[in-house]
Design a protein around this ligand. Sequence first.
Ligand code: GRF
Length: 205
Amino acid sequence: MGTVLPVGVLVSGRGSNLQAIIEAVEEGNIPAEIRVVISNNPDARALERAERYGIPAEVVSDKEFLSKVEYDKRLVDILKDKGVELVALAGFMRILTRDFISTFPQRIINIHPSLLPAFPGLNVQKKAIEYGVKFSGCTVHFVDEGIDTGPIIIQAAVPVHDDDTEETLSERILREEHRIYPQAIQLIAEERLEVVGRRVNYLGR
Ligand code: GRF
């Protein structure tokens, strides 16, 4: 047995990606341990999912009206206190400050429901349909100071059908999100990634 990577997951809502990560860890597929789940939204379903598995869950509410810097400092304090070495954003609806990002260099990852660099930002499944692309998908990437711009770890593509709605396309993409997000965490936990500039290379096997 090698080492176990301590992970913190930041959420805001439904938490289906959190669920996929929890299940993959529980199944023993990933040498990682979720030390804490933090939500900015006290009503996030993700919090219930964490509690169901006995994972410490904390709320740092937006309603506390902290400055962005103070807010992120609060997050960093909790994550450090829990010994977190990898931060996974899973539907976390806040932009992180430079201070936060520099505290975890190349140790923050995000899942985004498009094939980046196409369609960064919000409501991207709708944007993909309106644009008329024939394929979309999802991307796990390292977080840098831009919006959805960091080095790409894994992507999965899905077709866009003529009769797709935002809902049907989102569902098809989400199934792939649940597959590749745990895979990305596994690659990091097994130290099988090498970042060279913008490129992320897979090592070994
Ligand atoms: C996912 O579509 C993810 O790609 C995006 O936010 C959504 C979160 O969904 N960043 P969930 O909370 O994981 O169910």
